[in-house]
Design a protein around this ligand. Structure first.
Ligand SMILES: [Zn+2]
Length: 377
C-alpha cells in the first residue's frame, strides 16, 4: 500500500485486502456488529452443539465472518460488472448494514445501469439458493445451522435489496427503467429517490403493525433497528434526489454562452492602460501575450481590483495574470457536467476558452458560472 492510497482511505475503515485491484475496506463499527451477531447466535449454537462451551462464541464470530463474505460476493458482483463496462471501481466497504461499492462515474446507458445494479441481488439470491440446496446434504448440527442461517441471510439480503427505492439496488433498477422509458436519467433518480423515502417511512412504521404481520409484538430493539434502517434509507434517498436536482440544472451551463470577450494585450503594457483599452473595447476580460505573440496568461480580476488605481500605471499587466497552464484552457464548446468536472480538476477564477483550431474564443469567469448556476431552476 502506498502512502497516497492510505491517505485516500476514508476515516474509520480498515483495509482487509484487495481483489482485482479493488480495495476491500471494513468499517471499524463492523467489529462491534460482528461481536453482536456472535453473541446473539451463541444460544442457538449451544442448542445444536451442547458440549461446545465457550466455543459457541468462536463459532458465532466465524458465522459473522461468513455472513459478511457473502455480502462481499454481492458487492464484488457490482464491482466486476462495472469494470466490465469500463468504469473504475475505487473500493468496496463493508459496514454494519451490508456493503457499498464505490464506482467512479456511472453507466452511460439505462441497460448498463440495470445490469450493474441487478447483478448484486441476483448474486445474493443465487448464494442463498446454493446454501438451501446444501441443507439436505450436510449433517445435522452446527454445520447445518450455519448453512441454514447463510441461506436465510443471503435470500433476505437479495430480496430486500430489490425493494425499488434508492439507495437500494432495486432503486437503481427502477431508476434505469424510468431512464430507459423517459430518456432522462435525472427523472429516474428523482422517482427512485422518492420511492426510497416511501420505503424509509414504511420501515419506520413497521414496528407498529408488526404484531398482526409477524405474530410477535414489537420490542424496543425492533423500534431502534427500524429507526436506524429508516434513517439510512431516508438519507440515502434524499442525497440521491438532491444530487439529481443539481445535475439536472448543469446542462444549461455552456462555456460559450457564459464567456466574456477577451482583449489580448502585450505583457509589458501598464495595467492602467490595459484596463482602459479593455473598457474601450467593451471586453470583459484581458489576456496577456508573450513576446512571440502567444497567449501566456489570463488577468485575474480580483488582482486588478486589489491594485490601487495610483499604482496601476507603474505595474505591468503580466503581474496580475495567471500563467495559462493546460488545465486552465478549455474547449469553447464544453458544457454541463464535463465543464464542472474540468473546473474542479483545476480550480481557478478564470479559464481560457479556445476554439477547436486553437483560436482564442474568450475567458470563462468562475463567478459567472456560479451566478448562472444559481439562476437556473
Ligand atoms: Zn447491491
Amino acid at each position: 500500500m502506498t502512502e497516497s492510497q492510505q491517505r485516500s482511505r476514508p476515516p474509520g475503515t480498515l483495509k482487509i485486502g484487495e481483489i482485482g485491484g479493488v480495495d476491500v475496506l471494513v468499517r471499524s463499527s463492523w467489529l462491534v456488529v460482528a461481536a453482536l451477531i456472535a453473541f446473539m447466535l451463541a444460544p442457538a449454537i449451544e442448542a445444536v452443539e451442547p458440549g461446545i462451551g465457550n466455543g459457541k462464541y468462536v463459532a458465532g464470530v466465524a458465522f459473522a465472518v461468513l455472513l459478511y463474505l457473502s455480502v462481499l460476493l454481492h458487492e464484488m458482483s457490482h464491482a466486476l460488472m462495472a469494470k466490465r463496462f469500463g468504469l473504475p471501481v475505487r473500493s468496496i466497504t463493508l459496514h454494519f448494514l451490508g456493503g457499498v461499492t464505490e464506482i467512479e462515474g456511472e453507466p452511460d446507458t439505462p441497460a448498463r445501469e440495470f445490469v450493474v445494479s441487478v447483478v448484486g441481488p441476483i448474486t445474493s439470491i443465487g448464494v442463498g439458493v446454493v446454501f438451501l440446496l446444501l441443507h439436505p446434504v450436510v449433517p445435522d448440527g452446527l454445520l447445518r445451522l450455519a448453512v441454514d442461517a447463510l441461506a436465510g441471510a443471503n435470500l433476505v439480503v437479495g430480496v430486500l435489496n430489490l425493494v425499488p427505492g434508492l439507495p437500494l439496488d432495486g432503486g437503481r433498477v427502477l431508476r434505469a427503467a424510468v431512464w430507459g422509458i423517459t430518456g432522462n436519467p435525472h427523472r429516474g433518480t428523482i422517482v427512485a429517490g422518492w420511492c426510497g423515502r416511501v420505503a424509509a417511512v414504511l420501515v419506520f412504521l413497521f414496528p407498529l403493525v408488526q404484531q398482526p404481520v409477524t405474530g410477535r409484538p414489537a420490542i424496543p430493539t425492533d423500534y431502534i433497528l427500524a429507526f436506524v434502517i429508516a434513517f439510512f434509507l431516508w438519507s440515502g434517498a434524499t442525497q440521491a434526489i438532491l444530487s439529481a436536482q443539481v445535475r439536472r440544472r448543469l446542462p444549461a451551463l455552456r462555456a460559450r454562452q457564459l464567456a466574456r470577450r477577451a482583449l489580448a494585450v502585450p505583457h509589458d503594457l501598464p495595467l492602467s492602460e490595459a484596463v482602459r483599452q479593455a473598457q474601450e473595447a467593451q471586453a470583459g476580460s484581458l489576456v496577456v501575450l508573450d513576446v512571440d505573440g502567444h497567449v501566456s496568461g489570463i488577468v485575474n480580476e480580483a488582482a486588478v481590483l486589489a491594485t490601487p488605481e495610483d499604482r496601476r500605471p507603474w505595474v505591468a499587466v503580466s503581474t496580475v495574470a495567471r500563467t495559462v497552464e493546460p488545465g486552465l484552457q478549455l474547449d469553447a464548446d464544453i458544457a454541463g457536467e464535463p465543464l464542472i468536472r474540468a473546473m474542479q480538476r483545476t480550480p481557478a477564477s478564470e479559464y481560457l476558452l479556445r476554439e477547436r483550431d486553437g483560436a482564442i474564443f474568450g475567458v470563462l469567469v468562475t463567478d459567472d458560472v456560479d451566478r448562472a448556476f444559481a439562476a437556473t431552476t
